[in-house]
Design a protein around this ligand. Structure first.
Ligand SMILES: NC(=O)c1ccc[n+]([C@@H]2O[C@H](COP(=O)([O-])OP(=O)(O)OC[C@H]3O[C@@H](n4cnc5c(N)ncnc54)[C@H](O)[C@@H]3O)[C@@H](O)[C@H]2O)c1
Length: 337
């Protein structure tokens, strides 16, 4: 059994990864200040340290009071739109929190570090599917902040021998197939939960940003990777870091689905209408973003188990329909007890 520190483990991707690690029999400590995360998303028996990562004293204390075999670093500012209003805050916070966390890990002799990076690194890609050799050219301050974090970690690798993995996620989606966890952001900015909320009458009508893209139905195409497949990638990458000192993987489904396909699938799965209107394109949105997951498959043996859009949306729908108020729903509170 190993012990891992999970920053942002009360959030969406982090909590699903905590569950996967627990199921493998690992010990886990979550550090999260709950600005976006939920106490109810941390499984019973898992220690939750409620702290802001920028509080270096608290971070040091966590390392002083536990011996960790690795860090999975999910906690970050991650809203693209907000990053274009507050670029300095995004870059300062995402970089400095990553660097001080890596330094604390190195000082404590914890030498495996996995960073939640992003497809936003690639900006407007020159070819599809996007592999790890594609040009890095972010077009948002959020993407830039993750690039800066990756660059900072490179020096921790070179100078201190920290073994680091940067996982460039495409769009995390879906929910735990057993219905124990789901996606609950405020504000919600992701298409699938927005469409589901609109179908349930829990949110405003959906806006489709742009219907004149050079795609078969005119709407943007994105790669939705199931959150439990994403969690599984983390477990495999932790093992790979025992063999290799430094890895970078694009983590995506490998298939692209358009906004209209998402709306149609939510309607089919839920049996409800998704109210929506067609709006203008958003600046900075490429027509198509789809990952090549070949390197991840070949080097880690990873294989997505929930590739179809229907499967992804079915799990997301099941959780939200059972938890209309998200983690503050009575069902989530009693499950967490
Ligand atoms: N969800 C996606 O589709 C997606 C795609 C690409 C990359 N990512 C990256 O993956 C990571 C996780 O994404 P998510 O969707 O689970 O986000 P999330 O907001 O659900 O989870 C992040 C968690 O980190 C916590 N947190 C944030 N800042 C903190 C701080 N300074 N100190 C302590 N805790 C803090 C929040 O409370 C939250 O629980 C992020 O780094 C994000 O940039 C996510």
């Amino acid at each position: 059994m190993s012990r891992f520190l999970i920053t942002g483990g009360a959030g969406y991707v982090g909590s699903h990864t905590v569950l996967a690690l627990r199921e493998r029999g690992e010990e886990v400590v979550v550090l999260d200040d709950l600005r976006q995360g939920h106490r109810e998303a941390v499984p019973p028996g898992v220690e939750l340290v409620v702290a802001d990562l920028s509080d270096r004293k608290q971070v040091k204390e966590v390392f002083a009071s536990h011996k960790f075999d690795g860090v999975l670093h999910f906690a970050a500012l991650s809203l693209v739109g907000e990053s274009m209003r507050e670029p300095m805050r995004y870059m300062a916070e995402n970089l400095s929190n990553t660097l001080w966390l890596a330094e604390a890990a190195v000082k404590a002799g914890c030498m495996r570090f996995v960073l939640s990076s992003t497809a936003a690194l690639f900006g407007f890609p020159k070819y599809i599917p996007i592999d790890e050799n594609a040009e890095i050219a972010p077009v948002s301050a959020y993407g830039e902040s993750k690039l800066m974090a990756e660059t900072g970690l490179k020096w921790a690798e070179r100078v201190h021998g920290l073994r680091t993995a940067s996982l460039r996620y495409f769009n995390a989606a879906g929910a735990d197939p057993q219905g124990r966890l789901g996606e609950d952001h405020n504000p919600e900015t992701h298409l699938i939960p927005l469409a589901i909320n609109a179908a349930l009458g829990l949110g405003p009508e959906l806006t489709v940003f742009g219907t004149d893209y050079d795609t078969p139905d005119g709407t943007c195409i994105r790669d939705y990777v199931h959150v439990t497949d994403l969690a599984d990638a983390h477990l495999r990458v932790l093992d790979v870091l025992n063999e290799r000192p430094s890895v970078r993987y694009n983590v995506g489904n490998g298939n692209g689905y358009s906004v209209r396909e998402v709306i149609e699938t939510v309607q089919r799965v839920s049996g409800r209408k998704v109210p929506y209107r067609e709006g203008a394109r958003r600046p900075g949105d490429p027509a198509v973003l789809v990952a090549s997951n070949q390197r991840l498959r070949e080097e880690t043996g990873w294989q997505p188990r929930h590739e179809s859009l229907e499967d992804i949306i079915r799990t997301a729908w099941a959780w939200r329909a059972a938890h209309p108020q998200g983690f503050s729903s009575p069902a989530a509170k009693s499950e967490a007890a």
